[in-house]
Design a protein around this ligand. Structure first.
Ligand code: FE2
Length: 292
């Protein structure tokens, strides 16, 4: 069994100590305890639940059928610079009817709340985050994507092993994921898992636009070394930093507790951003840094 310590009390000013930096370079993952306050976490969750309660789920059924792949692709494709809700697979029956309370049916909200909603904007921008991004090696940090993940009790879906660089690719590769625990996350309610050091390997796949849809390009068929994975249980307010090639995953939430989390994905503005990445913004909404 792998024993790797990647946990540190969050630096108050966001700057990494030499030991944190060394751990980051060696493992491609850090868990910074208490990065956000409980009050900040609660404000974000309350805002997301409000957005979910107001979401129009009348077309929820279209996401249930295979014939609706085109609509589903279009809904996803247009979410890069908007705010959209995505449903849990287990929240709808074969006819597309909701099986649970609408607020409990939503898997996530994405992908530009950090620019479009004041509460998310406040959570997502600070001198502390800017300092952290700089110390992680981003010369010109640009916040590309935000996701609020509900992982509701009993039906919260699993996220299969992947590298974030698959979805958000730059040349050279630069994406880093900031994952904030908004509830306590344990193995029971679907905490993160990661393979320390896996960032040193190749990017396995790229998910790209092709015509009106999307395809996944295989770059390297080597399987992830899951035997060396570790669980990353987190307390509310902790933040996990994930290198863009670090393999990570999370399991179903079969518990009675929710597992809310918020992620930001950040790229270096100095790198090339390909036009076949799934996430494309309109020109009138340029990417911002972490400064408020
Ligand atoms: Fe991810």
């Amino acid at each position: 069994m792998t024993t790797v310590n990647v946990r540190f009390p969050a630096p108050k000013d966001g700057h990494l100590t030499p030991q944190m930096k060394q751990t980051w370079d060696a493992n491609g993952v850090l868990l910074l305890e208490g990065f956000k306050s409980e009050a900040e976490c609660d404000a974000l969750t309350e805002r997301a639940r409000h957005m979910a309660s107001e979401a129009d789920l009348t077309n929820a059924g279209i996401f249930a059928s295979a014939q609706a792949a085109a609509e589903r692709d279009e809904y996803f494709r247009a979410s890069g610079d908007t705010v959209r809700c995505f449903l849990e697979e287990e929240a709808i029956d074969d006819n597309g009817s909701l099986l649970v309370d609408p607020v409990e049916a939503i898997n996530k909200i994405g992908h530009a709340m950090h620019d479009l909603d004041p509460v998310f904007d406040a959570f997502s921008h600070s001198a502390k985050l800017a300092a952290l991004a700089k110390d992680l090696g981003l010369k010109d940090a640009r916040v590309l994507q935000s996701m609020f993940i509900f992982k509701p009790p009993r039906i919260g879906g699993e996220v299969l092993w992947h590298q974030d660089g698959t979805y958000l690719y730059t040349e050279p590769q630069s994406v880093i994921g900031f994952w904030f625990a908004l509830d306590d996350a344990s193995k029971e309610n679907g905490c993160l898992w990661a393979i320390p050091g896996g960032h040193g390997e190749t990017l396995r796949t790229r998910f790209v636009r092709e015509g009106d849809g999307f395809v996944t390009w295989a770059l390297d068929g080597t399987e992830f070394d899951i035997a060396n994975s570790i669980a990353l249980p987190a307390r509310k307010g902790d933040m996990v930093v994930l290198h863009g090639r670090l393999p990570h995953a999370s399991e179903y939430n079969r518990s009675d507790r929710s597992r809310h989390a918020y992620t930001l994905h950040v790229v270096d503005g100095a790198c090339d951003y390909p036009e076949n990445n799934w996430l494309q913004r309109h020109d009138d909404m340029p990417l911002r840094g972490f400064e408020r």
